[in-house]
Design a protein around this ligand. Sequence first.
Ligand code: NDP
Length: 258
Amino acid sequence: MEILEKLFSLKNKTVLITGGARGIGKTVGEHLAAAGANIVIFDINGESAEQTAKEIAQNYDCKTFSLQVDVTDYDAVKKALEDSVKQMGSIELLFNNAGIVIQKPVIETSPEEWLKVIDVNLNGVFYVAQLFGKYLIENGIKGSIVNTASMSGIIVNYPQLQASYNTSKAGVTQLTKSLAYEWAEQGIRVNCISPGYIFTELTSFVREDWRKQWAELTPMKRLGKPEELVGAVIYLLSDSASFVTGSEFVIDGGFTII
Ligand code: NDP
């Protein structure tokens, strides 16, 4: 087990997780804490973020901190990052994960709905990454960032129509590569995960016949679980991935290979 600890331990590291109150962010947060990290959660749902942070601190004997933050509010993110650094000492790692979906045909999508999805999924990811990267560079910290993109940035989902989401996620992948290039020499690695269909609160509201269809369309004939994304995030955040930057890790039960 010594080798695993050497490769993947996150001891003495702090990870900032956006959208960490529930779903993928919460599950990944629990496992990052189990791997030794301290955890900071930014989520638009402050109460739920606080509850999750408390649970993680109790269950994994680590330090946690949470704040109610809307990632589309640049000044709020800036202030929250400053407060978190004061609270935790330093932050080296980011899981930039908050996201929303609106499922509507293009013809029925209002400008407000389009902007909302782009604002949370793309602008929010940019704001958090930019401010975090700036903090790392100014303090000479070599960090690692994992953005949550989606297989929807590669393929077009069906039967549900969600052009705004698909477009925002393609943007996240390209932003990941752009940041990876810009910050490579400063020792800041930037990668993304692109999950396929994962069963969380985000997808639980969807019509059951569609969820059945999603499983049928996936070569592995099922939806994924948030736990099945954890290993990739730990790997990309850890020193094991010290030569990995600008990569997209597709975790989709084979959906995008056909
Ligand atoms: P959930 O809806 O379960 O969790 C997302 C969390 O982000 C929620 O706590 C939500 O708060 C929070 N959030 C929403 N908007 C903001 C905001 N503006 N600022 C801060 N926090 C916000 O989603 P998942 O865990 O399923 O998804 C996490 C990420 O994974 C997303 O980026 C999603 O697009 C991506 N993804 C998910 C897939 C899936 O099948 N589930 C597949 C591929 C990618 P609240 O509860 O109040 O809305």
